[in-house]
Ligand binder design. Structure first.
Ligand SMILES: Cc1cc2nc3c(=O)[nH]c(=O)nc-3n(C[C@H](O)[C@H](O)[C@H](O)COP(=O)(O)OP(=O)(O)OC[C@H]3O[C@@H](n4cnc5c(N)ncnc54)[C@H](O)[C@@H]3O)c2cc1C
Length: 552
């Protein structure tokens, strides 16, 4: 059975341990090895042996109390041995009413000592127990790049078009893994696919794409890519949380709706490995998972999607708005929701820009994390996205250094993330510091850091650099008649200038831009709260406003 991933249970109570063991063996026995132990001492000794043997542990379940101590003490130790194993505390029924238990669990999750909690199984079959178990096991499989329907990318090098493809797939929330053609895995894939032009994509159904364009990928994945010259009630530009939400509400409320995106699904949210503050997901949800669910929801209500196509031009005509795409396609709409979000600012260090994809990444920590296994990684940025990235990378890297220009982390990051960072031993924080140089032979090897206080320069060995340094709104393509703030975010409603308001001949609606019938929602909007929930909320509100516009 070596090579089969393990599910480990550590629980003192023999009867309760038997119940858990029964559920695990009955459901997962064919794909996982189940190992049950009665004391934390035995549990840790067993896990240490498994780590020495190179075994894979997918999940550890621990009883609430083990040997007089909270089960979280054992789960905290698991992280050093198996950084990707899902660590779950078992709870007996009735504890949900106990606020002290709730506080302790929040504290343990916030400080990274455990990942999830789970109500002990009830009389079989307990489908609720297994629903949660499947979620945990999927999260583990995704961390191992073993999701179902995974696309294999084979390249001759890590950089160039191979990196662009990984970026596209990441943006599309399409599970994928990358290997070099010369690696054992690459040779095995090539033996099946035959020698072809690189980079190569092997689709889940075995179909092979040679050096595909973005449009080839969209076609192969079954998404509509060529919107005919057609008239819609509603065109949504951008398929992030705001656009998806507008898509769900628009289509479900009978509007003929199309969502167009220059990339694909999920927008910025797909770069987040765990969104913990979105309503209804008490155990957190990956941005990719959330986007996939919303996409299916909108699709089943009848929304159409056009991926890998950038909208390049927008103009108001007599009875609607006309949008032109970079593929030459044209769509017309009675109303438009702009949900084009924002993306990371560039660092502006030439030698590092040249190594993009070869150790230097903008965002993308979720997909690139495995390549820093056992190495030194750097993250630049002082906001929540940088905090999340650093915690995620710390599960893989030997050491992660967070480089922040500000004097303290507290200035830009949520308190719960700051605490988690402080309590993670392999994370170092360098405040009042900036990255001013670096390089390497075909791959990032070192960085130059500057202390903003005394100006001192310091060379640091580095294998990966993740840049999360603020956002730039995607509004360059919009006509000058759409009013924006100094940073380029779109002005709406009460923020519009007096001139724009006067031209309306009526009060502009709250999310309406300076072009009547064109609304803006989500991060692209001036004054937006940059969160998934608020983008989703604005997408929904936009549809209510569209109804008001179309009723006139
Ligand atoms: C790493 C990371 C972690 C985060 N974690 C959290 C979190 O834990 N909780 C939380 O609440 N928020 C989090 N956020 C913030 C959250 O992801 C954003 O607030 C949210 O995604 C904004 O949604 P949006 O739809 O407005 O824009 P976006 O998500 O930016 O989507 C915009 C879409 O528009 C498309 N587009 C742009 N221009 C065009 C064009 N011309 N034509 C066609 N398409 C175009 C883009 O390709 C993109 O898909 C995180 C962000 C990042 C980067």
């Amino acid at each position: 059975m070596t090579g089969v991933p393990l599910l480990v249970v550590v629980d003192e109570d023999p009867a309760q341990r038997r119940d858990v063991e029964r559920e695990l063996r009955n459901r997962y026995g064919a794909d996982y090895r189940v190992c049950c132990l009665s004391s934390p001492r035995e549990g840790i000794a067993m896990l240490q042996r498994l780590a020495e043997d190179g075994a894979e542990v997918a999940l550890v379940l621990a009883g609430e109390v083990l040997d007089g101590a909270p089960g979280t003490s054992l789960l905290a130790q698991v992280r050093n041995l198996f950084p990707h194993a899902q660590r779950v505390l078992l709870l007996r029924w009735g504890l949900f009413g106990d606020s002290a238990t709730g506080d302790a669990i929040f504290e343990a999750i916030a400080s990274g000592r455990m990942d999830h909690y789970l109500l002990r199984p009830s009389t079989p079959p307990d489908e609720l127990f297994h629903q949660s178990m499947s979620t945990f096991l999927l999260a583990w499989a995704e961390s191992q790049h073993r999701s179902p329907h995974t696309i294999d990318v084979v390249g001759e090098t890590w950089s160039g078009r191979a990196y662009e493809l990984r970026e596209v797939l990441e943006r599309c929330a399409m599970p994928h893994r990358f290997c070099l053609a010369a690696s054992e895995e690459g040779r095995a894939l090539l033996a099946e696919a035959g020698e072809r032009r690189f980079p190569l994509m092997v689709m889940p159904d075995g179909h092979v794409l040679e050096d595909p364009s973005d449009v080839d990928i969209a076609r192969a994945s079954g998404t509509a890519v060529a919107p005919d010259r057609d008239r819609y009630d509603l065109v949504i530009v951008g398929c992030g949380p705001a656009g998806l939400s507008a898509g769900v509400y628009g289509a479900s409320e009978g509007l003929r709706t199309i969502v167009i995106d220059a990339g694909a699904l999920g927008g910025q949210a797909t770069t987040s490995s765990s969104i913990r503050n979105y309503l209804g997901f008490p155990r957190g949800v990956s941005g990719a998972d959330l986007a996939r669910r919303a996409y299916q929801q909108a699709w089943v209500f009848g929304a159409r999607f056009a991926f890998m196509q950038r909208v390049t031009h927008l103009a108001r005509e007599r009875d609607g708005v006309v949008l032109t795409l970079d593929t030459g396609g044209v769509v017309e709409a009675r109303a438009v929701v702009l949900a084009t979000g924002a993306s990371y600012r560039r660092l502006g260090v030439e030698s590092l820009e040249a190594l993009r994809g070869a150790g230097v990444f903008y965002g993308a920590a979720a997909s690139e994390a495995p390549i820093v296994a056992g190495q030194d990684a750097y993250v630049v940025g002082g906001a929540n996205s940088a905090g999340q990235a650093v915690l995620h990378l710390a599960r893989y890297a030997r050491r992660v250094t967070l480089v922040v220009r500000a004097e303290s982390l507290a200035a830009g990051m949520s308190h719960y993330l700051v605490r988690q960072i402080e309590e993670t031993p392999n994370i170092e924080v360098r405040t009042a510091t900036e990255v001013v140089g670096g390089g390497g032979d075909g791959r990032l090897e070192h960085l130059v850091l500057r202390d903003r206080g005394d100006g001192e320069l310091r060379d640091a060995e580095a294998h990966a650099l993740f840049l999360m340094i603020g956002a730039r709104p995607h509004t360059d393509w919009l006509p000058g008649t759409i009013e924006k703030d100094d940073a380029g975010f779109i002005l709406t409603g009460a923020d519009l200038s007096d001139d724009a308001r006067r031209a309306f001949g009526r009060p502009p609606l709250p999310l309406e831009t300076s072009i009547p019938g064109v609304l803006a929602a989500g991060d692209v909007r001036h004054g937006a709260v940059k969160r998934v929930a608020s983008a989703v909320g604005e997408g929904g509100i936009a549809i209510q406003l569209v109804h008001r516009l179309l009723a006139v």
